[in-house]
Design a protein around this ligand. Structure first.
Ligand SMILES: C[S@@+](CC[C@H](N)C(=O)[O-])C[C@H]1O[C@@H](n2cnc3c(N)ncnc32)[C@H](O)[C@@H]1O
Length: 222
């Protein structure tokens, strides 16, 4: 009974606000880029997700990072602080306007040698990438596409590599029944469930799904 009176009685929102109250903001230009993205309603990763990502990067010290979903470059710039000395990031973005802003932000922070933005549909761009080339992947683009990206993400990530997938709980929508979800969101809902099933049942992966931010899955390729 003790447990039932504990976390069950506190809303996730309160837990999230409590956790966020301990998180420090980014300093300098990176902090400005984050604030501007939020003000302009550009989707950027949540602060709790960012902190989790940071710990994974520090543990892995990756040399080659693949990101799907650049937006304005915030997450790439954040990740670039925690790479191996010779580390590089390739980040994929469809939207031309966002690519321009991301490249300008990357330039402003002097990271053009470290971060390369590849413009185009990630599904197509992924096919052009070398196999076994990345030791860390951050999947943060169109949620309905994760299941389609999956075969190529598995192909390009090395054995022992880490795959972090963001927004896998879709603000709780993914927990609901197919029929109670808004009709236009049903395809995304079904595809995300299929993705979660795949990454937790593929014998080439070890995966943990966490209710951090909007839901994060951490997978390690065996
Ligand atoms: C959640 S945002 C990425 C946020 C970013 N990772 C951050 O935290 O700063 C998702 C991005 O994926 C992009 N996107 C959506 N569909 C895509 C596709 N098919 N190929 C490449 N990028 C896509 C969107 O334009 C959007 O900028």
């Amino acid at each position: 009974m003790g447990d039932m009176n504990g976390i069950d009685g506190i809303s996730m929102q309160r837990i999230s606000s409590f956790i966020k109250s301990y998180i420090q903001d980014d300093e300098g230009l990176l902090g400005d880029i984050y604030q501007k993205a939020v003000a302009d309603r550009v989707p950027v990763m949540r602060k709790e997700t960012r902190e989790l990502l940071k710990t994974q990067l520090i543990m892995k010290k990756p040399k080659d990072v693949l990101e799907i979903g650049t937006a304005v470059g915030y997450s790439s710039l954040f990740m670039s602080k925690y790479l191996d000395e010779s580390g590089k990031i390739a980040t994929l973005e469809l939207d031309e306007e966002r690519v321009k802003i991301a490249r300008a932000n990357i330039d402003a922070l002097g990271k053009t040698d470290v971060i390369t933005v590849l413009q185009g549909d990630a599904y197509e761009t992924l096919k052009t990438l070398q196999s076994d080339a990345y030791d860390f992947a951050f999947v943060d683009a169109a949620k309905g596409q994760y299941i389609n990206y999956y075969p190529d993400v598995m192909r390009v990530v090395k054995s022992g590599g880490v795959i972090i997938s963001d927004n896998v709980l879709q603000d709780g929508d993914v927990l609901e029944s197919h029929y109670t979800v808004d009709k236009r969101n049903r395809t995304i809902h079904d595809r995300m469930r299929e993705y979660l099933y795949t990454i937790t049942h593929d014998d080439k992966l070890d995966t943990a799904i966490l209710s951090v931010g909007d839901g994060v899955a951490i997978s390690i390729k065996r």
